[in-house]
Ligand binder design. Structure first.
Ligand SMILES: [Zn+2]
Ligand SMILES: [Zn+2]
Ligand SMILES: [Zn+2]
Length: 273
């Protein structure tokens, strides 16, 4: 399993940002995504605006030619990469796209996405909440519904279970307290937890942050802070907004959390499943 991107939907440089956080374009600084290498094919979680570079990397490290997609929701950072599968670009043949029912409906009924369906560039594979999909002998995926701004689709995170280990991927969620599951219990259950780290703390944006609710990294760290070190070390923050000061590895707030065992996802990090 590979980290293929760590940024929030808008990436960096972020449209309109003239601050230091977006002054320099770093290489391989992509929107949040995870790649998983199966026995005969690879899987990518979310089709981001950086989909081409991310699938190229995944194909290179896996040696697989085909990549199957799992989508979390219909926000721009998570599905618009599908455009590269259409006739104007790759003209894919039945690339499998797993998605939840409202997401399937959204893609089927709205152009330009519906053309990918009608021309069979993509084959939509409907998922059901909490229903595990077995992808090969030693790989399975389970969608977990999460509370989020669901304008066009529902939103899910994924449990990805390999031969020996399990990963949790939740790039977007409003607040842990709004979820009908305990993130503390889930972290204990898995081996790696890639968690929404969009904003570091309140006050980071010059607008009311309640309009775009996310668990602040500082809140998540406090919530999981009483767990033993080996549990805290499972946590990798991902989906960082361009403004998140923890994108800078020398930021004191980040260093303090790293001393407690919490980690920050980085492109190319690999994990055994
Ligand atoms: Zn997002
Ligand atoms: Zn910026
Ligand atoms: Zn979102």
């Amino acid at each position: 399993m590979y980290v293929l991107g760590t940024l929030q939907d808008g990436g960096s440089p972020h449209m309109g940002c003239e601050k230091l956080c977006c002054a320099v374009q770093k290489s391989q600084d992509y929107v949040s995504s995870i790649g998983v290498v199966g026995e005969r094919q690879s899987f990518i979680f979310d089709a981001t605006p950086d989909f081409v570079s991310q699938t190229n990397y995944l194909k290179e490290v896996s040696g697989h030619k085909s990549v199957t997609i799992f989508l979390t929701h219909a926000h721009m950072g998570h599905y618009t990469g599908l455009m590269h599968l259409g006739r104007e670009a790759y003209n894919a043949v039945k690339t499998m796209v797993y998605a939840m029912p409202k997401m399937v409906h959204f893609l089927s009924k709205n152009g330009p996405w519906s053309q990918l369906v009608s021309l069979k560039n993509i084959a939509l594979m409907p998922l059901q909440e909490n229903q595990t999909v077995f992808l090969d002998q030693s790989l399975s995926v389970t969608p977990l519904k999460v509370p989020h701004r669901d304008e066009y689709s529902e939103t899910v995170g994924y449990l990805i279970k390999g031969k020996n280990k399990t990963a949790l991927y939740v790039p977007d969620i409003d607040k842990w307290s709004k979820w009908n599951r305990s993130i503390v219990a889930l972290v204990k259950k898995v081996d790696y937890a890639f968690l929404d780290g969009t904003f570091f703390a309140d006050g980071e944006l010059p607008r009311p942050m309640s309009e775009v609710p996310h668990p602040f990294v500082s809140e998540t760290a406090a919530l999981l802070g009483s767990l033993p070190l080996k549990e805290r070390q499972k946590v990798y923050f991902i989906h960082l907004n361009h403004s998140n000061p923890a994108r800078n590895s020398a930021f004191k707030g980040r260093l303090d959390l790293e001393r407690l065992g919490f980690q920050f996802a980085a492109f190319g990090l690999s994990f055994d499943l």
